[in-house]
Design a binder for this molecule. Structure first.
Ligand SMILES: C[S@@+](CC[C@H](N)C(=O)[O-])C[C@H]1O[C@@H](n2cnc3c(N)ncnc32)[C@H](O)[C@@H]1O
Length: 376
C-alpha cells in the first residue's frame, strides 16, 4: 500500500471478502511481494504466514471489514511494545529494527510463529477490537511550502486539519525541516530546538520558505480522534508503524511526547457535516487553511464531491484555502486536472476561494510519508 488506505479500499484492491482462510493466505502472499522493497521484515513474515494456516487463521478473528495483513502485524507489534513479560517477547523483539539497536539478521519467522502460538488467546481478543490508525508527521513537509505561501499572502492562518487523527500535523510549526535538493544543498526551516527533524528530498522549484508558516490558531476534526494522552491509544498508533521504518517510529514517538506537552484540540465530527462548525471555531481573525492528507480516500466518491461542494458553499462567502495530499486514484471526486500522471502517487492540490471565486492548482507529487516532494 502506498500510504494507509481504508480497509474497504484495501479490499477493493486485493479482491475478495477475506472470509476464508485460502483468501487470507493469498493476501499474505501478495503482501509479501508488495512490502518487500520497503519492509523486509514484514515481507519475510508475510511469506511465511501465507504457508502457515494456524498463524494466517488468526486474522479471521478480525471483523470482515477490518481484515488486512497489517492488522495482525500491528497487534503483534503492540504486544511487543506493551507486554514485555509475554512468552516469546524477548526472542521476537530482537528481530524488530525499531526495538533494538542492531536487529538480529537471522530468520525471524520461528520466533514470530512461536510468539503467535503462545499468545493466540491474547491476539484473538485484540484482533476483533482494533483497526489500523495513522498519524504521519512526515506529511507536514509537504504542507509547509504551501501554507507558508498562503500565510505570506493572507497573514496568520487558522489551521484546520480534517481527518486529523491524533492532531500531530497541527504541530507543523513546532517541527524542524531539512529540505535537500537534487544537488544535495540543504535548507533548514523551523525551530532549531525542535526535538524532531523531518527530512524531505526536493525536486523542481519547491518554494521552500525561510520560516515555518505563521499559525495563529489550530484545530483538528476527525470522526474518530485519537487521544494521545491515553497511553494505550498512543502505543497503538506506534504499533501501526512498520518496524522496518525505524525513523518513522522514532519521530512519531517524539511527536507524541511533544503533543502531550502542548496538546492540540481535535474535535469529533464528520469531514462534511461538521466542517462549517469547525471553521467557525477558528479564531475569526485568521484565514482558514484546511489540510487533508490520506483522509478523503475514506469517503466514497459521492461524499468526496460533497466535501468539495461544501467548501464551495463556504468559500462563496468567505476566503479560505485547502491543501490536499491525496491519491487521485482513490479520490476521483476531487477537482484534479483531467489528466494526472501516476494517479496512485500522492498528489498535492492547492485550492483557494477568494472573493467567492475558486482557483485550483495541482502543485506537486509527494512520497506518501513526505520523504520527497516534486514540484510541478
Ligand atoms: C489514514 S488517517 C490520516 C491521518 C492524518 N491526516 C495523517 O496524515 O496522518 C485517516 C483519518 O481520517 C479520519 N476520517 C476518515 N473518514 C472521516 C470522516 N468522514 N470525517 C472525519 N474524519 C475521517 C480517520 O478517523 C483517520 O483518523
Amino acid at each position: 500500500m502506498p500510504g494507509s488506505i481504508c480497509p474497504a479500499r484495501y479490499r477493493e484492491r486485493v479482491g475478495g471478502d477475506g472470509d476464508d482462510l485460502g483468501e487470507i493466505r493469498r493476501w499474505f502472499r501478495e503482501f509479501a511481494h508488495t512490502a518487500a522493497p520497503r519492509a523486509p521484515l514484514y515481507a519475510r513474515l508475510s511469506a511465511a504466514i501465507a504457508d502457515h494456516p494456524p498463524t494466517a487463521r488468526l486474522l479471521l478473528h478480525a471483523p470482515p471489514t477490518q481484515r488486512q495483513c497489517v492488522l495482525l502485524f500491528a497487534c503483534v507489534h503492540w504486544l511487543l511494545l506493551t507486554r514485555p513479560e509475554l512468552e516469546g517477547n524477548e526472542a521476537l523483539r530482537r528481530h524488530y529494527p525499531n526495538l533494538v539497536e542492531r536487529a538480529d539478521s537471522t530468520d525471524p519467522w520461528p520466533a514470530f510463529r512461536d510468539f503467535c502460538a503462545a499468545n493466540s488467546r491474547l491476539l484473538g481478543d485484540l484482533l476483533p477490537r482494533r483497526s489500523t490508525q495513522t498519524n504521519e508527521i512526515g506529511r507536514c513537509a509537504v504542507f509547509v511550502p504551501v501554507l507558508a505561501g498562503v500565510a505570506g499572502e493572507v497573514g496568520p492562518l487558522g489551521h484546520l486539519d480534517v481527518g486529523a487523527s491524533g492532531g500531530l500535523n497541527l504541530l507543523l510549526d513546532r517541527y524542524r525541516y531539512r529540505y535537500v535538493d537534487a544537488t544535495g544543498s540543504r535548507h533548514d526551516v523551523g525551530p532549531s530546538d525542535s526535538p524532531i527533524t523531518i527530512e524531505c528530498g526536493t525536486r523542481g522549484a519547491v518554494p521552500v520558505p525561510r520560516h515555518v508558516p505563521g499559525i495563529a490558531d489550530r484545530l483538528g476534526l476527525d470522526r474518530d480522534p485519537i487521544d494521545l494522552t491515553d497511553t494505550d491509544a498512543a502505543d497503538w498508533l506506534r504499533a501501526c508503524v512498520w518496524p522496518d521504518q525505524a525513523d518513522r517510529f522514532e519521530r512519531l514517538t517524539a511527536a507524541i511526547e511533544l503533543a502531550r506537552s502542548s496538546p492540540s484540540r481535535v474535535v469529533r465530527g464528520d469531514a462534511i457535516d461538521d466542517l462549517a462548525d469547525a471553521i467557525e471555531r477558528l479564531d475569526p481573525g485568521t484565514h482558514p487553511a484546511l489540510t487533508t492528507s490520506w483522509v478523503l480516500n475514506y469517503l466514497d466518491v459521492g461524499r468526496q464531491h460533497a466535501f468539495v461542494a461544501e467548501l464551495d458553499r463556504l468559500g462563496a462567502t468567505r476566503d479560505l484555502t485547502w491543501c490536499a495530499a491525496e491519491s487521485p486514484l482513490l479520490t476521483p471526486g476531487l477537482p484534479w486536472p483531467e489528466q494526472v500522471e501516476e494517479p496512485a502517487l500522492t498528489h498535492v492540490l492547492r485550492a483557494e476561494w477568494r472573493d467567492g471565486r475558486r482557483a485550483v492548482h495541482r502543485v506537486a507529487t509527494a512520497h506518501p510519508h513526505g520523504y520527497w516532494l516534486h514540484w510541478s
